[in-house]
Design a protein around this ligand. Structure first.
Ligand SMILES: [Zn+2]
Length: 285
């Protein structure tokens, strides 16, 4: 079976034709342009015209998605005009194909759970530490997603420190304000350290080591809370921060162990930029 996987982000839209074994037949990007739906429809129609054996379309997008109805509940100003778009209904009608839509973090998690770092496990939680903290939960092959508000598995907005740092979601103290690439940048600045997040992990001074320890402590709290909710077998950590895991994994495990209810595996994500497109394809495979 061949499907089209589409990964929609703030700067580019990536489209790939893949089969069940993730052989890539076509893979290309176009700059994100508006109206976004018009761009999407045009590109999709072009591809299925050239690849008439494509049987279904999976779409991963930035924003909150009502995955049951394939509707964009809310997208930030990163994708103006995207909020409210009935992607599944509209694209399904013009193509005559099955269309599924989900949030990009959920798609990335699906890619890791089905064909990536967690493919040997049934119960997976993914944390993507990038600009924000993206979350994805797959329990016994079921992707926890959607809801009328599109807000399920928004793990980055669970509260870590009540009354803490303000979050764009309008509340305070969310996980993603402490555990994400952007959060790390802020914490470095507040500590008055002269490093970028990349430099921090290799820096050999007490201030850097203290900050890394505070960071991995918060990450450990996040993981232990998630274990109490989901009793997952594995946590997959992705995003920019995961690339420096050689420098923080040991510290994390040391802090995490006493906080866990049961043993838990921690893995680093297998896919980097490909997770979104492969995960979108997995929505319909
Ligand atoms: Zn928040």
């Amino acid at each position: 079976m061949k499907v089209l996987g589409v990964d929609i982000g703030g700067t580019k839209v990536r489209l790939g034709v893949v089969d069940d074994s993730m052989n890539v037949e076509l893979d290309y990007k176009v700059p994100t342009a508006f109206p976004l739906y018009d761009l999407l429809e045009k590109e999709v129609l072009k591809i299925i015209d050239e690849h008439p054996d494509v049987e279904a379309i999976g779409i991963g997008t930035h924003g909150f998605v009502d995955s049951k109805n394939g509707r964009i509940v809310y997208a930030t100003e990163l994708l103006p005009g995207w909020t409210g778009t009935e992607v599944k209904a509209q694209l399904g009608k013009v193509t005559g194909l099955r269309v599924e839509v989900d949030n990009d973090a959920n798609c990335a998690a699906l890619a890791e759970a089905k064909i990536g770092a967690a493919k040997e496990y049934d119960r997976t939680v993914c944390l993507t530490l990038g600009t924000g903290l993206g979350g994805g939960v797959i329990i016994d092959d079921f992707l926890l997603s959607g809801g009328p508000n599109g807000g399920a598995a928004e793990l980055g907005h669970m509260t870590l420190y009540p009354g803490g740092v303000e979050c764009p979601c309008g509340r305070r103290g969310c996980f993603e304000q402490y555990v994400s690439g952007s959060a790390l940048r802020r914490r470095i600045e507040e500590a008055g350290l002269p490093y970028t997040p990349e430099e921090l992990f290799t820096a050999d001074d007490a201030g850097a080591k203290k900050l890394i320890r505070e960071f991995t402590y918060d990450l450990a709290v996040v993981i232990s809370s998630l274990q109490a909710t989901f009793d997952m077998e594995v946590v997959v950590i992705g995003g920019g921060v995961s690339e420096a895991s050689d420098y923080w994994m040991e510290g994390l495990m040391e802090q995490l162990k006493p906080m866990l209810l049961n043993d838990l595996d921690i893995k680093i994500a297998q896919f980097k930029n490909d997770a979104g497109m492969f995960g979108a394809a997995q929505l319909v495979l």
